[in-house]
Design a protein around this ligand. Structure first.
Ligand code: UGA
Ligand code: MN
Length: 314
């Protein structure tokens, strides 16, 4: 284990502590004022599915009161598009960038989402937030709204099963007489805490007692070593989700495709039609790029027939 405090570069792109939402789950914001804040840490990375994933996740989180969304992007540069998107949702957020160190990029498997989660941990440390709950919520999972009221009660470390994990379709604690006694997971590999990243939450006051909190760049062992670094003991674990009988979070995965490409003459990407602005937006979102020379000409049709670009766009 690594007994050194985290020392990440945390680069903040934009943040907002303002909650512009008026109602959540049919109650006014003021009804929730006393609740501890959930720090929801989402590692994310640029790919074609990034903006749709974050949009879908935001629409879950928008129902959750007293939540600060830490969006930690695995890339070098901030992008305005993401800042604007996150601000528009109207909930408190911090957008930071923290790229995976290049020496890990080509490893197979690579330590996915580690640099960015470490940066988020460092951010929490730097602010000395102790009244709140930490949860690692990947951008592609599916979250039941009951998860948030369950984890908000976390005194030290709470745990619950995650659906759709590996061969068993589930990973989670074994509970007897209200206590966690073991784990059901199809990949043990010596892990003392064989749980998924989405299967636990940590109280920040508890975590603050451990100065060497860490998440190693070791694929498959991130959860185990993180939980070891905060001194977890079996008898400290609080089972949630009706004694770990319910699924409150799903490890859904999105099929990934390479970037789209549209071949269109650049002279037509002006304001004579919508296409210039549309394709510009898709480029900003990392979905599609345009080219003048590669691949087949973009199909533009009318009345069931392909038309020359000049006919429609000039
Ligand atoms: C599984 C676990 O559920 C994750 O908690 C764990 O981090 C991951 O394995 C792993 O350690 O490999 P999985 O669905 O296989 O997750 O992985 P992804 O969803 O692709 O990535 C996990 C998170 O890291 C996502 O939020 C993703 O956006 C982010 N990520 C992925 C990066 O930040 N950078 C990358 O290069 C890849
Ligand atoms: Mn995933």
């Amino acid at each position: 284990m690594n007994f050194r405090p985290l020392n990440e570069t945390v680069h903040i792109c934009s943040e907002s502590y303002e909650d512009r939402r008026q109602f959540m789950q049919d109650k006014p914001q003021s009804d929730y004022g006393q609740l501890p804040v959930i720090y929801f840490v989402t590692p994310t990375y640029p790919r074609r599915e990034q903006i749709p994933e974050l949009t879908r996740l935001a629409h879950t989180l928008l129902h959750v009161p007293r939540l600060h969304w830490l969006v930690a992007d695995d890339q070098e540069k901030c992008n305005d598009f993401m800042d604007t998107l996150l601000y528009r949702f109207g909930m408190p957020f911090t957008h930071m960038v923290s790229p995976m160190p290049s020496k890990f990029r080509n490893e197979k498997p690579a330590p996915r989402g580690v640099a960015n989660r470490r940066a988020a941990l460092q951010w929490i440390r730097q602010h000395n937030f102790t009244n709140g709950i930490l949860y690692f919520g990947d951008d592609d999972n599916t979250y039941d709204l009951r998860l948030f009221s369950e984890i908000r009660k976390t005194q030290r470390v709470s745990m619950f099963p995650v659906g759709l994990i590996a061969d068993y379709g589930v990973s989670g604690p074994v509970v007897r007489k209200g206590k966690v006694v073991a784990f059901l997971d199809s990949w043990v590999a010596g892990r003392r805490w064989p749980v998924d990243m989405a299967g636990f939450a940590v109280n920040l006051e508890y975590m603050a007692q451990y100065p060497y909190v860490n998440m190693p760049y070791k694929p498959g062992y991130e959860e185990d070593l993180f939980l070891r670094s905060i001194g977890l003991q079996m008898n400290l674990i609080e089972p949630r989700g009706n004694n770990c009988t319910e699924i409150l979070v799903w490890h859904t995965q999105t099929k990934s495709k390479k970037l789209g490409m549209v071949r269109l003459e650049s002279k037509y990407l002006d304001d004579r039609s919508n296409l210039g602005a549309l394709l510009h937006n898709l480029k900003l979102m990392g979905v599609t790029s345009t080219t003048e020379s590669e691949g087949r000409n973009a199909l533009i049709s009318k009345n069931g027939r392909e038309k020359p670009h000049s006919k429609i766009l000039s």
